[in-house]
Ligand binder design. Sequence first.
Ligand code: ADP
Ligand code: MG
Length: 709
Amino acid sequence: MSDHFFKPIAYKVEGMTCTNCALGIQRALEKEGFHNVSVDFAGGEVRFEVADESRLPVAIKRIENLGYSVRDSVSADDSEKGGMAPIEKKFWFTAIFTVPLILAMFIPVDFLHNDLFQLGLTIPVFIVGFLHFGRSAWFSLRAGVTNMDVLIFLGSTAAFVYSLVGTIYRLGHDYMFYETSASIISIVLLGNMLEHRSVKKTTSAIDDLVRLQKNTARRLITEMYEGQETVEEVDASLVEEGERVLVNTGDKIPVDGEIYWGNGSIDESLISGESVPVDKRKGDKVVGGTMLLSGTLRVKATATGKDTVLSQIIELVRNAQQDKPRLQNLADKISMWFVPAVVVIALLTISYWFFGTDLPFRDSLMRGVAVLVIACPCALGLAIPTAVAVGLGRSAKNGILLKGGTTVDKFNAIDTVVFDKTGTITTGKFKVKNLQCFGKSEESVRSLLYSLEKHSNHPIAQSITTFFKGSGTVHFESVEELKGIGVRATDKSGNTFVAGSYQVASHITNDDSRNVYLLMNDQLIAWLDLEDEVKEGAVETIAFLKKRGLKTILLSGDLRSRCDSIAAELGIDEVYAEKLPAEKLEIIERLSAEGMKVAMVGDGINDAPALAKAYVGISMSDATQVAVKSADVVLLKGDLSLLSKAFGTTRTTVRTIKENLFWAFFYNVSAIPLAIAGLLTPIVAAFAMAVSDVIVVLNSLRLKRRRLR
Ligand code: ADP
Ligand code: MG
């Protein structure tokens, strides 16, 4: 079945606290036969595909059976309602009862030490903890993926039950561990609460983008009879393709469109990261969500709803966050086995001390409890998603769109960077230096060139049409683009015309130094000398890559002499010239077969297959034409310096992930022997655990501003 029949579904799901919760949901839905299930616990989202929408209630039921609440589909306005999150309420409630219990450890006031008084304080805390952790633990066991809450539940319950037995049988102070039970619960809730708050911050990039979408539009309505124009304010989402809107100074542009009247200066920083405003006028494209700083525009909508650049970017960033780096698989595996392993270690600890030494049962038990609590790898589930979310968000703000967590990994493995030339290394904005005609008037040559080249998206074609605009048009019967070569057309009387590189004229002339040759019925009628410049920042970018030890290659369809001279100017290691799109693809394939991890940087014109084939495909496209299909990375401006930024951000993201894993895992694990040896009380263990949660999230947030290396 083609995936055409599958409809993508996204739900907001509340109550997921860790990767294991996510794994549980994923498994349950996959068992029910839903496709492409991905669960992002940090963002609270579940996505999957269905062929038959009547099965949606089944999915909701499965998720709810696992103990989570499904809060309808993900909509554009997902902003959190006011009020306290449930986790915050739970924490503050338990804290009130726990504080006196902890004080009792330091203050020698009799009634604070009374066991019934302590029991009274602990019961409310225990009930909250029992429901919170117990519920989640129970559901996780049912789903077959034990989560971290199992450990917390066991630890706090062991301490509570032990103390309760002591109180019932009046066994005295040796049996009182109420404060341990209560503190484990409160402290872990505190950790969860802080985590909840900061995880929200890590995913703020999407919220920022979504907020940009909310907008009103001044829709223009022209009366049929009087030709009068009226303006009505409507929600931007109601504007349809082809409708016209008025944009005044200070307005957010409501739709993607083309200016048909007026001019103005536009702040596009939100989608491109470029802080300098761009001047636009009639005929230019505008992007919805950007801000008109000065001027007035009338814009005809060319894309609305899901088709706008902004929607595509949001979708991309959203999907990207679901796509986990390969390190995640490792972390998932570890956390699946880790919980049962810890329970076993805790039981062994208790047995060893109780049966193997003359340590009393209560101390043996407390050592076991400390093991349970210190080993809880809650932060492990946070280590990767939070870092990826922040890293991708930071990149997106800079105009670098990464298609997911795996791209972050892959970026770090790149050892060879292949550049396309025209439009990538050079500006692609050609100036016509010289036009020479043979036996035809310049006027007719101009209109021929204009009429041929307007059918191509190639930078050369675009430059020629801009340059020769207004030079009359010739009508052709048929027009065909020869990819990587030029354009061919036939007119009514059967004459054929070809405009293109030396390849089309090599049998007629030996002079290969011209950029474009124009042939009529296989006779040379004109040639053009064009000039475009190497992009700003190209020298620095190549130098940056070389400093990192990466090999650089120029891969172009253009003439060898021109490619060689540019490569020499920039210090590029290797040159492949005069390659057609298919040959570009072959070269990428060959380099990959030789074991190189190749990043291909191109503009998507004549190099899309190569981009798709490369280990990492990096497309430099204009924000007004996000052609993202074939690339893993989209640089929203043609700016080459974004490339070094992309290297920097991904590398720093991976570094952050590794640090996070250390704090989440090794830090806790290395404390297990201390707990076994009795050098850690359960309360200290709970603190240490909460601290490691918070450290991990803060470390991820640090990535927002961290210096890139
Ligand atoms: P690059 O790899 O440097 O980006 P391309 O493969 O896109 O170059 O194009 C190779 C060459 O083919 C160009 O240098 C140009 O001479 C010629 N060419 C391609 N398309 C056109 C066109 N539409 N009009 C004229 N020449 C073209
Ligand atoms: Mg190109």
